[in-house]
Design a protein around this ligand. Structure first.
Ligand SMILES: [Ca+2]
Ligand SMILES: [Ca+2]
Ligand SMILES: [Ca+2]
Length: 317
């Protein structure tokens, strides 16, 4: 007799009892569950089923060295005007570097993802656009067929998006401060001025684009620059971009092995919305100053030791 589950799946589970295959539902009905061992097998089934039913964790990129700079120019995003069909339903998170995006071409975008925040709006929408489309979606913004892309969003009544990056702290130590810098680009002007991409972040073992206790950082918002009559703008032209939006966030507790998500959330303004995007993004994080100073001293000490060894070697030669 085996009491180990021999079949478990998202929707069903069964195990063997007295050479007979018993499903979890059948076990409950028959009253076998009064047998402790069978109850144990049933519990294992239930746990495995629940585990399999939990969503797959959103991929994160590894942040492995304190003070290293992660940068992203978004230029691996598609650049031929059009759309990529998305059909995973309301609030689904789509990850770049995974289907339906091209892992071959968007591999450098690993860790970045987006979603439509509106349940009623259904599936997210992804467009490649030079700003001429007024459609609510996440956009790969840029001149059509030009390699320089920016990742952005245009909100509508059915599509209010957010996008962002998830990183895992693989430095082996807690990090307490991070700096984000980017260029904000406006690729389309809607009806009203003052729309925003709102920046927020969260840390923890399981945070992702949609999950976590988020803190807003207004200094990293990008507010629209131009208003007009529903027209495309060149987001690479000086009047339509803000270079060097940056802030350092201190006093965080990003534990080793845990995740940090940075994201921008679009806001649906009244009437037609602006198309706002992020380009030339960079990120760096460091431990608390005392640890950081010790690291620098250790590195300087090691460099000095190597220099002394080299000089001693030269003197002996
Ligand atoms: Ca770019
Ligand atoms: Ca650009
Ligand atoms: Ca609107």
């Amino acid at each position: 007799m085996s009491l180990l589950p021999h079949r478990f799946a998202r929707d069903s589970c069964s195990f063997e009892f007295k050479r007979r295959r018993v499903s979890l539902a059948e076990n409950k009905r028959s009253g076998y569950s009064s047998w402790p061992a069978v109850r144990y097998a049933g519990a294992v089934c239930a746990i495995l089923s629940a585990w399999l039913a939990s969503p797959t964790a959103q991929a994160a990129i590894s942040y492995g060295t304190s003070a290293s700079i992660y940068s992203q120019n978004f230029d691996s995003l598609p650049n031929a005007a059009g759309s990529i069909p998305l059909s995973n339903g309301a609030n689904a998170i789509y990850e770049f570097g995974a289907a339906p995006f091209s892992p071959a071409t968007q591999a450098g975008m690993a860790g970045w993802s987006f979603q439509n925040t509106l349940v009623a709006g259904g599936a997210a929408r992804f467009l490649v656009s030079d700003g001429t489309s007024p459609t609510g979606a996440v956009h790969s913004f840029g001149t059509n067929n030009a390699p320089d892309r920016a990742l952005g969003s245009l909100a509508s009544n059915s599509n209010v998006s957010r996008f962002g990056l998830v990183l895992t702290n693989d430095t082996g130590a807690a990090l307490t401060s991070f700096t984000v810098a980017f260029t904000g680009e406006e690729w389309r002007s809607g009806a009203s001025l003052g729309e925003l991409l709102e920046f927020s972040f969260a840390t923890g073992p399981n945070v992702d684009l949609a999950t976590g206790t988020f803190t807003n950082v207004p200094a990293l918002n990008f507010a629209s620059l131009s208003t007009g009559a529903n027209a495309a703008l060149d987001g690479n032209a000086a009047p339509n971009r803000t270079v060097g939006i940056t802030a350092t966030i201190t006093g965080i507790n990003w534990q080793a092995g845990q995740r940090l998500v940075v994201r921008w959330s679009d806001v649906n303004g009244s009437g037609n919305d602006d198309g706002l995007a992020v380009d030339d993004f960079s990120f760096t994080a460091v431990p608390e100053p005392s640890t950081w100073a010790a690291t620098i001293l250790a590195l300087a000490g090691a460099a000095g030791w190597h220099q002394r060894r080299r000089l001693q070697g030269l003197r002996r030669a």
